[in-house]
Design a protein around this ligand. Structure first.
Ligand SMILES: Cc1cc2nc3c(=O)[nH]c(=O)nc-3n(C[C@H](O)[C@H](O)[C@H](O)COP(=O)(O)O)c2cc1C
Length: 333
């Protein structure tokens, strides 16, 4: 049974490029996810126009709380991007300071931005000039693994610059998405600042989430890869008695997700992007390998319908809960 302390944790859906669009979030919302973010949007692409912006920025009619995340390292561009974003219906604008992708860090953005802290602070200032009170946050990685000092010092500067909340991913840029999550450093940041700190990294189950919340003392925990192909993780996180989805539920939610992608992106792009989504639903749930292998050849609606028919007709899988690698949490002595 859950205790009252567990019940107070807010479980948030992380921004995930290529994933957390409207159809993805719809599944998570159905499982009780209240707080969610769009995938990151590049500040330049927003200011100059890009055909994917509409899809990234789309919001479902019934979404209660939605943050948008912006990427960039040029304060002028970010200010213009923020001017646009603050006219849109988002509860929060978040600045990305954690993306490890080379084409991003090469231009000093994402995970590289905290390494030029003065520029990072100018970026925060530029966005803040456009933003109403308490609607600007930053998501960043820890800056060092053993020593909480650099992350704490930078977090304090962000707080002083007027940021209203921080999300800390407990892995360094060098670790990308693997390896231990430095829960102790997240806790040190939480203790050092007055603004809310959300803990992130390695949450693939209720047990992971509660451990991260307990060690860090954070009231909010952000789920990222744990929600890919598994929106039910939000049921599990909220309710100790929640049961894994049945085969019929997996089929129903998968179908709804892909139909949402078809209407957002059209048939070609929807199914191109949809293949990794279909695989994510099938992965680790005991569906036979040949069925999973056939996902890669789906590129038309007729092919999807045929695959879907085969998925539905497959005998109930043995293992309804996907297996995911658990990250170790590190705690200072
Ligand atoms: C495919 C993928 C896309 C991601 N996109 C974003 C993004 O757009 N913005 C962001 O701040 N973090 C992004 N992240 C990082 C996640 O939000 C999260 O910080 C990271 O995956 C650690 O959490 P986890 O161990 O629970 O997955 C992405 C991660 C992955 C794997």
């Amino acid at each position: 049974m859950s205790t009252s302390a567990e019940d107070t944790v807010e479980w948030m859906l992380a921004p995930l490029a290529g994933y957390t669009d409207v159809p993805f979030r719809r599944g998570c919302r159905r499982c009780g996810c209240r707080f969610a973010f769009t995938p990151l949007i590049d500040g330049c692409a927003l200011v100059h126009g890009n055909r994917h912006n509409r899809e990234i920025l789309a919001r479902g009619e019934d979404e209660e709380w939605l943050g948008v995340q912006v990427l960039g390292s040029d304060p002028e561009v970010l200010e213009r991007a923020a001017a646009l974003l603050y006219t849109m219906p988002f509860e929060r604008v978040d600045i990305n300071m954690g993306c490890p992708v080379r084409k991003v860090t090469r231009r000093g953005a994402g995970a590289a931005l905290p390494l030029t802290p003065d520029l990072a602070l100018r970026c925060v200032d530029a966005v803040r000039r456009q933003c109403p009170d308490r609607a600007l946050s930053v998501k960043l990685r820890i800056l060092a693994e053993e020593d909480a000092g650099p992350t704490v010092a930078f977090a304090r500067r962000l707080e002083n610059a007027g940021v209203c909340a921080l999300t800390i991913h407990g892995r360094t840029w060098q670790r990308v998405y693997a390896g231990p999550v430095a829960a102790a450093t997240i806790r040190a940041v939480r203790e050092a600042v007055r603004i809310p700190v959300t803990a992130n990294g390695g949450v693939f189950s209720r047990e992971d989430g509660l451990r991260l919340a307990a060690i860090t003392g954070c009231k909010a925990v952000m789920v990222a890869r744990g929600a890919i192909g598994n929106p039910w993780i939000f049921n599990e996180l909220r309710d100790a008695t929640a049961t894994p989805p049945s085969h019929a539920q997996v089929c129903e939610v998968l179908r709804e997700h892909i139909e949402g992608m078809l209407s957002l992106y059209g048939e070609g792009a929807g199914l191109r992007e949809g293949r990794k989504i279909i695989l994510a639903y099938l992965c680790g749930r005991g569906y036979p390998r040949p069925l999973r292998a056939s996902v890669s050849s789906v590129s038309t609606l007729a092919e999807f319908d045929e695959l879907y028919r085969q998925i539905c007709a497959t005998a109930a899988p043995e293992s309804p809960t996907p297996y995911r690698q658990r990250a170790a949490l590190t705690v200072a002595e």
